[in-house]
Each structure stands twice: as C-alpha cells, then as structure tokens.
Write a protein that binds this ligand. Structure first.
Ligand code: SF4
Length: 363
C-alpha cells in the first residue's frame, strides 16, 4: 500500500483549547454566568464534543451563545494528513497566524494503543545539523493552547483507527525547555483528570540538554518523564552535531539528568540517533557505556530518517543494520538497557520538519 495523503481535510479545533478551568471560569463570570460551568464545558471539549455538543448541554442560553462565538475561533486547522504504510500518521496544523506545525501519531505494537509526538515551537533555534526543522530557523513559541490542539488532533486520529492515545512526548519541532512555561501549562491540561486525563507518567518532555531547563523541570516536582538527546559520546562530536552541545558539556547534562532521576525515582531516557560513520562505531559505543556507567538510565537507539544536505553541507545517512547491531551489543554487554526505536513512516516525510518544509515550499 502506498502512503495516503489527504490535503483536503479542513478540520477545525476550537479556541477553547486556549483556556484552563480557572481562566475559562473567569471569562464565564465576566459574562455574568456561574464560573462553575467552566469545568463541564472544558471536559466536554476535551472529550471530543463538537461545538454543538458542548452548547447542547444544559447551559444558560446566554452562555451557549458566548461559547459558540468562542468556539468559532480557530486555534489550529488540520491542513495535511499523511499516513505511512506502517500506520504512522503525520499531521500538519495551520495556526491562526498562518504558520504551520507538525504532530505525529505512532501506532504501538499493541493493536489498541498509539503514541503521539507534539511540537513546542514553530521552527527551532537549536541548529541540530541532521534535523530538517533547523533549516527553517526559529519563528516563534507555541502557546499552551496550540499544543493542546495538537493533542486533541492526535487523539481524534487515534480514535479514528480504533486506538487509544496512550502516551505523549514533547519532541517534535522545537526545544520544549526554551518554551517551558507554555509546555508546563499544556502538560497540566493533558495530564489533568478533568481535561486530557492522560496521566503524568504518560507524558515525556524531551530536550537536547538545556541544563537550566532540566533543573527547572526537576524543581516543578511534577511526575512526568524526561528524555535527553545525547547523540554522541564526546563533546567534540556532539558539538558538531548539536551546536547547543558547545554550551552545555555532556558531563553537566548528565549531572542535571541525575538530579531529575533522583527526584523522581524513574529512569531518564537517553536518545541516541545512529548516524553512519559519525557516532556509530564500536569504540563510540564503549565511550557511551563509560559515560552512562552505573546510571539506571535507558538508552533509546533511533534509526535516522535522511533529510538531505545539512546546513553544514553534510549528507547524513542511517547506520547499517550491522553497525547498529554491533553498537547495541556493546551497550548490552556493558549491562545497559538499550532499545531500538523503529524508523517510522519511511514512505512519508518522516523526519521532524520535513513535511512542513515541503508544504511551505509548495505555497
Ligand atoms: S532535533 Fe529537535 S532540538 Fe534539534 S533542531 Fe531539530 S527540532 Fe530543534
């Protein structure tokens, strides 16, 4: 089966996503209605009710009129949906200012579950050399509501194929820790039992290693997961791949991850994207094992989706199966937990930022 693309979809999501219970209660009170309606209205919205569904509830007519006005605003509109042979679904959502962001739904090996990946910024300033998003630079931070819209869109997609959206990772376009207030506001709404009802442990925030941001996450005391993208076992190689690496040495990043892990009691995940001839040698596997040492961290080995010539003029390629296998064998022989993450959606614009770049070029 070939990839399916539906660019005619024009689903609209309400601007109610911009509110949490407290701010909607204030708005409702300002309209002269009981603020206690706020939780029920938002619950219906998160449950996937359409505007008529929410406004059909037993609410004062004046409030229904106001809500329908509020819900006619468009916070994000689904403009492109790509479904790969493996079921991975890439969504491109258009924001109110015309910019676009990507979200991804990944089917789990269990037939009834799926995982979602949410963007936190339009573009990205981190400059990771192997990433398609970096080529468009940074445009702006997303609001919490725009991240909630992505979650709701992903959940609808999952439901449409008989799956439950079980986990979310903030790992799409952008560096979440450079938009921390909005990310935390979104995380609260996604986890909240009366709104997204996802649960804290089902949410992961992923970072390239912004040390003050990791410490800020630790200080929240919130019980979500942390993933750190390392991608190299030494600062020189990492600095070439991730310019931000020059600002925060690996030792400092791992020390911050240690602090997060100690405060939560659950393993931090180390993300490591295997690039042929760059970071995938047996020697580098041993270096990585030395770095992790006796830490109880999990290592996710990612298969690279090529994105063409990089900003530095490098054409990165995925590691061969032999190199990737040998790399994992070393880690496991050193008693580390190393798991492969499959390359997803290879027959569509699978790498982060690719779909957006192509659609922007067509406009
Ligand atoms: S990999 Fe992530 S942090 Fe790095 S440039 Fe791409 S979107 Fe930004």
């Amino acid at each position: 089966m070939s990839a399916r693309r539906d660019s005619s979809s024009q689903e609209t999501f309400g601007a109610l996503a911009d509110f949490d219970v407290s701010t909607l209660a204030q708005r409702i009170e300002a309209w002269g209605c009981k603020p206690s309606h706020a939780a029920r209205v938002l619950r219906a919205f998160y449950d996937g009710a359409d505007p008529a569904g929410v406004s059909a509830q037993k609410l004062p007519q004046g409030l229904k009129d106001r809500l329908s006005q509020l819900m006619s605003e468009r916070a994000a509109t689904l403009t492109v949906r790509q479904v790969a042979d493996d079921g991975t679904t890439k969504l491109l959502l258009r924001l109110r200012d015309g910019r676009t962001v990507e979200s991804v739904l990944m089917p789990d090996y269990r037939a009834d579950r799926a995982a979602g990946c949410i963007s936190s910024q339009v573009g990205c300033a981190m400059g990771c050399d192997f990433c398609a998003t970096t080529k468009t630079g940074f445009e702006r931070n997303l609001t919490a509501g725009e991240m909630v819209e992505q979650f709701l869109a992903l959940r609808r997609e999952a439901q449409a194929v008989g799956r439950k959206l079980q986990t979310i990772v903030f790992m799409g376009m952008g560096e979440p820790l450079l938009n921390l207030d909005a990310v935390l506001a979104a995380v609260h709404r996604l986890a909240d039992n009366s709104l997204g009802a996802l649960g804290w442990r089902q949410i992961t925030v992923s970072t390239v290693g912004i040390v003050p941001g990791i410490d800020a996450l630790t200080a929240t005391g919130l019980n979500f997961n942390l993933a750190v993208s390392l991608h190299a076992p030494d600062d020189v190689t990492r600095g070439r791949l991730l310019p931000m690496g020059k600002r925060f040495p690996i030792a400092d990043i791992l020390a911050a991850a240690d602090r997060f892990q100690a405060s939560r009691g659950r393993p931090v995940t180390i993300q490591y994207c295997l690039l042929a001839g760059v970071n995938d040698s047996v020697e580098q596997a041993h270096q990585l094992a030395d770095l992790i040492g006796s830490r109880r961290m999990h290592i996710n080995l990612l298969r690279y989706n090529p994105t063409g010539l990089s900003l530095r003029g490098v054409e990165y390629a995925a590691s061969s199966d032999e190199s990737a296998g040998a790399f994992a064998d070393v880690l496991r022989s050193r008693k580390l937990v190393a798991l492969f993450r499959r390359a997803r959606g290879k027959d569509v614009d699978a790498a982060c930022g690719q779909l957006r770049r192509r659609e922007e070029a067509l406009r």
